[in-house]
Design a protein around this ligand. Structure first.
Ligand code: NAP
Length: 284
């Protein structure tokens, strides 16, 4: 993959990875979804994002099946711990369960899924213990807004956070105002979730946008590919579209071929204006 992102722990990861929410839930589509993930891996999307609570472990098990033929070191596996499990020995228990579902003995990145009620310091301590035990290579957070990140930065060891995974697509770009600049300044990479706005389900019809269609036609691309190229345009963002279809996986990886110009981005800003003030973080 041409577009790569360097994380603060030195890892270099593809800017386009694969989401897996809802995958593994239905027996009828299981084989097709395994094939889709494998097609995505072979097309360069070797980063796979899952979570302990996706289908109560079914998504992690599906990923475990999909990655069986591949050399572990060629992959970058991400999973997430729920806040209710993100402290003390509970985190290690969750992590061991995720590792067993995935059929591996380490995660490349482990994320704190959303802000819970317990102090961030407890999560950081447990993450650092998992890192020292060699079970995770790096840790990060998800759905944390600017004030949460500032609070994390004041915690001992909190600055080891490599990634913040938050919702980001053209129709929901409130983080462009303060969170993203803060993350750039503090070398925290963005992992953009729902980069396709769930193809219209999130109330934003990206694929029906005339501007996207025009830019796509200019490059011989699809609107989905332009939406992904836009999401990763800053060189510090990883987008994780999810698909259960091989042909979509190959097409999504193909977004790597496109670099949007300043003129393209200005046209997109016209149709999907950047924020002019702090907006609350959107969470899906
Ligand atoms: P998404 O990636 O924005 O959209 C998924 C939808 O796009 C699916 O319905 C898929 O259908 C369709 N799609 C994918 N590629 C396509 C293509 N080339 N052409 C047409 N349709 C296409 O939504 P998401 O799954 O909610 O978000 C992505 C990932 O982010 C998740 O899977 C999960 O790993 C992560 N996530 C994290 C959080 C968090 O709290 N940290 C929250 C939400 C999501 P087909 O299967 O038919 O292709």
């Amino acid at each position: 993959m041409k577009h790569m992102v360097k994380l603060s722990n030195g890892a270099c990861v593809p800017a386009l990875g694969q989401g897996t929410w809802y995958l593994g839930d239905a027996v009828a589509t299981y084989d097709r979804e395994v094939e889709a993930l494998r097609a995505g891996i072979e097309a360069g999307m070797t980063l796979l994002d899952t979570a302990e609570n996706y289908g109560d472990g079914r998504s992690e098990r599906l990923v475990g099946e999909a990655i069986r033929p591949y050399d572990r070191s060629s992959l970058f596996l991400v999973s997430k711990v729920m806040p209710s499990n993100a402290y003390g020995t509970r985190l290690m228990q969750s992590l061991d369960r995720s590792l067993s579902h995935l059929g591996t003995d380490y995660l490349d990145l482990y994320l704190y899924h959303w802000r819970g009620e317990r102090p961030l310091a407890e999560m950081v301590t447990a993450m650092e213990e998992a890192r020292a035990a060699g079970k995770i290579r790096a840790w990060g957070v998800s759905n944390l807004d600017t004030a949460d990140m500032e609070e994390l930065w004041a915690v001992d060891g909190g600055r080891n956070c490599a990634v913040n995974q938050v919702l980001y697509h053209m129709g929901s770009r409130g983080i462009d105002y303060s969170l993203l600049p803060w993350m750039r300044e503090h070398h925290v990479a963005l992992m953009a979730y729902c980069p396709l706005a769930q193809v219209g389900r999130l109330g934003c019809d990206l694929l029906g946008s005339g501007v996207l269609a025009e830019i796509a036609a200019k490059y011989g691309a699809t609107p989905v590919q332009i939406a992904l190229a836009w999401a990763i345009r800053d060189g510090n963002t990883i987008a994780i579209p999810r698909t259960g279809r091989k042909e979509h996986a190959v097409s999504n990886a193909g977004a790597d071929a496109f670099d949007l110009t300043a003129e393209d981005c200005a046209a997109i800003d016209g149709a999907f204006p950047p924020p002019t003030h702090k907006e609350p973080l959107h969470i899906e």
